[in-house]
Write a protein that binds this ligand. Structure first.
Ligand SMILES: Nc1nc2c(c(=O)[nH]1)N[C@H]1C(S)=C(S)[C@@H](COP(=O)(O)O)O[C@H]1N2
Ligand SMILES: [Mo]
Length: 250
């Protein structure tokens, strides 16, 4: 836990680049159920061990589930989203703001120009289903680095374009440590095609080291903050506000 507390903000992004350059770390932890259950019994240890250094298993193309299930709230149908959709998201901008030195608003073309990372990983929903998909997009840490998080920054909050049936916006959050994970991806493509609306077009988060609800769809705005206590009911995400675990490590 000490480690997590002392590494914050800008320092994390230097560390992220170093991690991203490392040879692939063993997946033994992910595959060893005995070790996993011990880790789950000790949540702080789990976070420390798997939080950034463990990597989710990568699958071959032959393992891809061609029908990737759709789950969660309804695809946004408000006029703003409908307008974005109508022009193929040409007018969409991903805003990155908050405790950053250089606020950003990226078009999809600009995001794609940042370089593409592809990873075939398994999405695990707490409801008890999984699906393997080939996700491509831009590394979250690359996008954040361009915005230059301030040293006070502790969390990255993802504000989504959809709402619950009660009208509550979907949102999620990662700490700087999780956001720096080399597999944390802002996905633009699923199975080599631009994300369709139901899977979160035009941009969704994919964090294969954490449960499915962390992988926020329809991301409209990324806020870098020192706390998430003033967002939603203050627990760090829509489902966390309903009592789900914030860390949600797999
Ligand atoms: N914005 C938003 N993101 C979301 C959700 C949602 O309802 N709204 N549902 C989450 C849950 S519980 C799961 S399992 C996955 C489902 O993603 P999929 O529809 O691509 O399978 O999205 C996650 N991200
Ligand atoms: Mo889920």
């Amino acid at each position: 836990m000490k480690r997590r507390e002392i590494i914050t903000g800008a320092a994390m992004f230097a560390a992220a680049s170093a991690l991203a350059g490392c040879a692939k770390i063993t997946n033994a932890l992910n595959e060893n159920d005995a070790i996993k259950s011990v880790l789950h019994a000790a949540e702080p240890l789990n976070h420390a061990v798997i939080g950034t250094r463990g990597e989710a298993k990568l699958y071959p193309d032959s393992a891809i589930d061609r029908e990737f299930r759709v789950n969660g709230f309804d695809t946004p149908s408000d006029s703003a989203y409908a307008a974005l959709r109508r022009d193929g998201f040409a007018s969409y901008k991903l805003v990155v703001e908050g405790l950053v030195d250089r606020p950003q608003a990226f078009t999809l073309a600009q995001l794609r120009a940042l370089g593409s990372l592809t990873q075939t990983t398994r999405h695990d929903c707490v409801e008890g289903w999984s699906a393997i998909g080939k996700w491509s997009g831009v590394r979250l840490s690359s996008v954040l680095a361009l915005a230059a998080p301030q040293t006070r920054a502790r969390y990255v909050i993802f504000h989504c374009l959809d709402r619950s049936s009660d009208g509550d916006p979907y949102y999620e959050s990662l700490d700087m440590h999780q956001a720096a994970h080399p597999q944390a991806l802002l996905a633009l493509d699923l199975n080599e095609r631009p994300l369709d609306a139901d899977h979160g077009a035009p941009v969704r988060l994919r964090v294969p080291t954490q449960l499915g609800y962390k992988s926020a769809k329809w991301v409209g705005r990324i806020e870098v903050a020192d706390s998430f206590k003033n967002v939603g009911s203050g627990k760090g995400g829509y489902w966390e506000d309903q009592g789900y675990d914030w860390y949600a490590g797999i």
